[in-house]
Design a protein around this ligand. Structure first.
Ligand code: VTB
Ligand code: MG
Ligand code: MG
Length: 335
């Protein structure tokens, strides 16, 4: 079956809009956000860690030769001082692009120095990323190698688990789901456990949770399920577009205010289930640098003479995934 987010010739045609040099340029953006946030690791101050990441990411983004618009950012206009939705970034020369970012995904994880906090960014051609308000999103994601549509937000969690086990060719008891540890997930958790599957409960960080489904043999996670932030949903979809996998998301627009904000962003069907490639279309670049240690990426290491970072950067049109370990020797650049 034609699945796993592979793009056809048509899409790689328009993909030239995104200069491939950008793939490496955006690494600097997440590296610097991660280093600045990492200085606040384990300090119990989420706000300070977040602010440090935001400042660094913004500074670095404004050096890129792009005409960028933040479509998924640190809050809606008038609500966030920096990297808000609608903010223009870049030097103002170069391709017009959409940017989704989370300078510190998992502020609480960072403040507690627990696994998997990341500095994250995705860049796509203008008009290619879902403009979602900062509300919740119901999500489901699996890695590559399964038939299209094997799991779906329309099915019950238990049904999805059983279908996935069948497709994987293993007993249901060998499936592990990743779910955010929240009271709102009580019934999902019960449903998943009722069929004998295991659950990795995470405190925060569902972008990492979704990415973890792409390498079950390393992470032990086969499927991501549950309700997290919509911004994180779009970023996770961008990542999966590059590595392959399947994902669906549905915005939770349960109040008039949320529906109003969604409408302002051009959303008319409030119950729509978005497929992965409706959240992130065309050519997409995605980068994440580890802030704290995690299954995917090591966190920032401060040495006497070097600062070491680990980043994964990928591009959907080629599906190249690069793991970049950097040793930074000029500390001043981090400001
Ligand atoms: C998730 C998680 C994030 O927000 O999206 C979560 O991935 C959802 O919100 O790391 P609640 O905390 O309200 O459940 C974070 O935890 C923080 O952005
Ligand atoms: Mg954030
Ligand atoms: Mg976040």
């Amino acid at each position: 079956a034609a699945k796993t987010g592979k793009v056809g010739k048509k899409q790689s045609g328009i993909s030239m809009v995104l200069d491939r040099v950008l793939t490496l340029e955006i690494v600097r953006v997440t590296e610097r956000a991660a280093v600045n946030a990492a200085r606040w690791r384990g300090r119990g101050d989420e706000k300070a860690a977040d602010q440090a990441a935001v400042d660094a990411m913004r500074r670095e983004l404004n050096r890129l030769a792009i005409r960028g618009t933040v479509v998924i950012g640190e809050g809606e206009r008038d609500e966030a001082p920096m990297l808000y939705i609608g903010e223009e970034v870049g030097t103002g020369e170069g391709p017009k692009v959409d940017i989704a970012l989370d300078p510190l995904e998992g502020t609480t994880i960072c403040a507690k120095d627990l696994p998997n906090s990341l500095a994250v960014i995705a860049i796509a051609e203008s008009g290619s990323l879902l403009n979602a308000p900062d509300v919740y999103m119901d999500k489901i994601a699996i890695g590559p190698g399964y038939p299209e549509g094997v799991v779906s937000l329309e099915a019950l969690p238990a049904e999805n688990i059983k279908a996935l086990a069948k497709a994987k060719g293993v007993p249901v008891g060998e499936i592990t789901a990743c779910v955010l540890d929240r009271p709102r997930h009580a019934s999902i958790i019960e449903d998943i456990r009722s069929v004998g599957a295991g659950i990795r409960l995470i405190g925060d960080g569902d972008i990492a949770g979704v990415i973890h489904t792409t390498t079950p043999e390393e992470t032990g996670i086969d499927i991501y399920l549950g309700i997290g932030g919509a911004p994180e949903g779009v970023l996770a979809a961008a990542a999966l577009r590059c590595i392959g996998g399947q994902m669906q998301g549905r915005l939770i627009l349960d109040t008039d205010d949320k529906r109003k904000r969604a409408r302002k962003m051009g959303i008319e069907d409030f119950d729509r289930i978005y497929q992965m490639d409706e959240m992130a279309r065309g050519d997409v670049l995605f980068a994440a640098t580890g802030v704290t240690d995690g299954n995917l990426l090591s966190g920032v290491r401060f040495g006497k003479k070097t600062i070491r970072t680990e980043t994964v950067v990928m591009r959907s049109s080629t599906q190249t995934v690069r793991w970049i370990k950097a040793e930074h020797r000029s500390f001043e650049k981090f400001g």
